[in-house]
Write a protein that binds this ligand. Structure first.
Ligand SMILES: [Zn+2]
Length: 69
């Protein structure tokens, strides 16, 4: 199984999907990588340190504030 040249779906740069990596993915049941190592690394970093987004539902303090007085 020769090394495969993959194209990153994010930055469209090419990267080598080596034979050892291909075997590892197949063994673990992973799909072929769609992102280059750099973009994968960025995504992992984002997942660990997510930026604050829209909160789900109302906050506890909103409910309490209406009751007071
Ligand atoms: Zn990339």
């Amino acid at each position: 199984m020769p090394d495969a040249i993959m194209t990153c779906v994010i930055c469209e740069s090419t990267f080598v999907f080596g034979e050892a990596e291909q075997k590892r993915c197949a063994r673990l049941g992973f799909e072929d990588p769609k992102r280059c190592p750099e973009c994968r690394h960025k995504k992992r970093k984002q997942a660990r340190d997510p930026s604050p987004k829209v909160r789900k539902g109302k906050s506890l303090f909103d409910a309490i504030d209406g009751e007071s007085g």
